[in-house]
Design a protein around this ligand. Structure first.
Ligand code: KG4
Ligand code: ZN
Length: 364
């Protein structure tokens, strides 16, 4: 399999005219991305790996808010109802027909298996009916690749912190499609901690954006919550102790009949999360001598996280990349981008592609 750097090396052997032709051909590949791993039904058309022609997201958040979290069965049913409509809209907005597509990229894991199956089945059906090649994409690879959309110059190697509702991964991106996981969470994901703490302080679901907002009115140093260290690992995360510590604090205050200052709790909890994320990421950048850092995933929209990394990276002479919020949340443009590099690297999936709930990054 050839990475982009290998492709470049290969192309440097042929004459300039051919280089121009090869590059422009490669850049004009048109990919349809499909994403249904959790509670967003999404489809997108991306040209040349980095130009988004359409990005349609049907969010089910309002539906799940009623239950305080994502209900897998409801998510699957809603995906089935919406998937064709979302794909048609993505093609229409991109002014693209099926015959213009070079490949269909679809998230096949990790995620809710019933939800994933809807996207995978739709992608396989289109591929079977039209003969367009199919590329199965890892959801985290998609989140990482979201950074390529608005940073046309970003190329591996770089370090990426993926923080979402289901994942907290510190990933060394050695090349396109070549990942090394330096750290991961041992228990709750960062977004999960945000959602659980938000529920405990009465903010509702999804908690991340609500904590982000209310924390601006609070004092981040009001309560000292723990910054967890994981034994035998400099880069792994653990957020369940922090969550328990917030719950204990809330119970303690209730027992003493003392009032709870919600903005202070939110700001202090957020500070504990941010400190750990920044600490681990900056240590990894130093140890691996990397000077490019990116964040990705739903939690990467968080304003305190962005601010903290902006200044930490500036101090260390590291270039900091972050997608716009629309590309942080689950979307299909990031899947089409990841699928583009996989496709160029020769990855093809068969019609036996299946949804894999616990798919590991780098596994096929
Ligand atoms: O990437 P994503 O849309 O879905 C997963 O793959 O999990 O991430 C959703 C998570 C939720 O836990 C949500 O609370 C969190 O991202 N989130 C935030 C913010 N916006 C979304 N967390 C902290 N601050 C935010 N501004
Ligand atoms: Zn995600």
């Amino acid at each position: 399999m050839a990475g982009r750097s290998q492709i470049k090396k290969y192309m440097s052997k042929i004459n300039n005219e051919n280089i121009e032709k090869s590059i422009s051909f490669e850049r004009e590949l048109v990919i349809l991305g499909i994403e249904t791993s959790c509670d967003e039904t999404a489809a997108s058309v991306v040209r040349g790996g980095r130009t988004v022609l359409s990005n349609v997201i049907y969010s089910q958040i309002d539906l799940h808010t009623l239950y305080g979290g994502v209900v897998p069965e409801i998510a699957s049913r809603k995906h089935i109802e919406k998937i064709n409509q979302v794909i048609e809209q993505a093609l229409k907005e991109a002014n693209t027909k099926l015959e213009d597509l070079d490949a269909i990229a679809v998230t096949y894991g990790p995620g809710l298996v019933g939800a994933l199956l809807v996207g995978v089945s739709a992608a396989k059906a289109i591929s079977f009916a039209s003969g367009i090649p199919l590329v199965g994409v890892h959801h985290i690879e998609g989140h990482i690749s979201a950074n390529y959309i608005e940073n046309q110059n970003l190329e591996p190697p770089f370090l990426c912190l993926v923080v979402s509702g289901g994942h907290s991964h510190l990933v060394l991106v050695n090349d396109y499609g070549k990942y090394e996981i330096l750290g991961r969470t041992r228990d709750d994901a960062a977004g999960e901690a945000y959602d659980k703490v938000a529920r405990a302080i009465g903010l509702g679901y999804p908690g991340g954006p609500k904590i982000d907002k209310i924390a601006k009115e609070g004092n981040p140093d009001a309560i000292r919550f723990p910054r967890a260290r994981v034994d035998n690992s400099n880069f792994d995360f653990s957020f369940s102790g922090l969550k328990s510590s917030v719950l204990n604090y809330l119970n303690g205050m209730k027992m003493k009949d003392e009032p709870i200052c919600v903005p202070d709790v939110a700001a202090s909890f957020q500070k504990a999360v941010v400190d750990v994320l920044v600490d681990h990421s900056m240590a990894a950048l130093k140890e691996y001598k990397i000077n490019k850092f990116a964040i990705a995933g739903g939690v990467a929209s968080n304003s305190a996280i962005r601010e903290a990394f902006t200044s930490a990276c500036k101090e260390s002479g590291v270039t900091f990349y972050h997608p716009s919020p629309i590309y942080c949340t689950d979307n299909a443009a990031m899947i089409a981008v990841a699928g583009y590099y996989d496709f160029v690297n020769g990855v093809r999936s068969g019609l036996d592609l299946n949804a894999i709930a616990n798919l590991k990054l780098g596994e096929r």
